[in-house]
Design a protein around this ligand. Sequence first.
Ligand SMILES: C[S@@+](CC[C@H](N)C(=O)[O-])C[C@H]1O[C@@H](n2cnc3c(N)ncnc32)[C@H](O)[C@@H]1O
Length: 322
Amino acid sequence: MLEVVKVATRLKNALLADAARFYTEDVGPWVPGMPTPQQVSAGTGREPLWLNLGYWRDVEKVDENNCERVGELFPAAQAQMAHLLARTAKLGAGESVLDCGFGYGDQDLLWAESYKPARIAGINVTPTQVRIASERARLVGLDNVIRLQEGSATSLPFGAGEFDVVFALESALHFKTRRDFLREAFRVLRPGGRLVMADMCMKTDREAGLGLRQRLHLRYWRGRIAMPESNVWTSQRYVAEMQRAGFKNARLDSIALDVYPGANTAFMALHSLTRHQREPGAMSLEQVRENVRKARETDPGQLFWHLHYNTDEYGLVYAEKA
Ligand SMILES: C[S@@+](CC[C@H](N)C(=O)[O-])C[C@H]1O[C@@H](n2cnc3c(N)ncnc32)[C@H](O)[C@@H]1O
């Protein structure tokens, strides 16, 4: 009976694709011990609580020899993702920034300290994240620059032309819908303002020819991570949607190979080490290393994101309001 309830709940959650529920109940930060959202606290404000897959091009990748240091290596790659977005936006001192889907606020602390914008406004649908991120900004003394609030990126509580830069760091896949967000981002940007995102999509439309069973499989797993079906776009469609919203110089550069394989290995290290530490005797350190080695050698075409979400593309997305 319990099993039936579990399956029914999963199906319902997949159908609803509700990001606030997902990040309130299911998914906590990707750090050692894999805490649930309920276990997270603001701490000193400085402990990493990132929720992105990381940009692994220029940092030490996790492997079977260094996997004990995943708690240091994963956040370094995640911070690199935030730097990549800032560099792509050419984020400058004194600018006004809007961050849509800020997680626990790590990127806002990083941008505020490293790039000195005048203001970072943030919007996020997950109330616990808003509370913890706001507390962290206060604890590190940046609450005069960073102002975070609850709300949806698809209906922004800001006036037209308020921002120089709008960011969405691995969050737009969840927005209901991403198209509504593009319209809103265009509205709140000033002329000459930049939209920069890190986001998942498909390289090509691989779904048209699939049978019902495979389509339901993808739909179920995307729903489980709160990715609505309306956001299943190819990279070509992504660029076309930005142009349709009025943006100029829209582009999507593939960084998939600098994201997915590194993240896959890091997740395996986090999960296996957590099991090794929490359940004595369940997994030896040698088994942890073996799992990590296998994960590192996985063919990119066989990674979870490709097989279960059909998001084989990971884009660095850029557009300007003329
Ligand atoms: C994968 S997490 C990324 C968090 C953060 N950018 C990071 O890199 O750590 C996705 C974030 O998008 C937020 N989100 C989802 N739907 C949203 C919406 N409609 N409006 C604003 N934020 C949303 C979630 O609450 C979560 O914080």
